[in-house]
Design a protein around this ligand. Structure first.
Ligand SMILES: [Zn+2]
Length: 71
């Protein structure tokens, strides 16, 4: 079973969640503050070698589009 790494957008807590491939992250919450919809961090599939914390880079590295909207 793969392990996905998440980072809380609220408190910045990084935690790992065991999930299936078909499983979504809709039920993932921060274990510290309970903030839903954490930021999923890509580890193995990361092609871009840019390691920086904070700030969102729009454009550049091509990644799977994140479906916006709730529900
Ligand atoms: Zn949190």
């Amino acid at each position: 079973m793969p392990i996905y790494e998440y980072e809380c957008k609220k408190c910045g807590k990084t935690f790992e969640i065991y999930q299936r491939i078909t499983e979504t992250s809709k039920d993932v919450k921060c274990p510290v503050c309970g903030e839903p919809d954490p930021q999923r961090k890509i580890s193995a599939f990361s092609s871009c070698g840019t390691s920086g914390s904070g700030g969102y880079s729009s454009g550049g590295c091509s990644s799977s589009g994140h479906s916006s909207g709730f529900g």
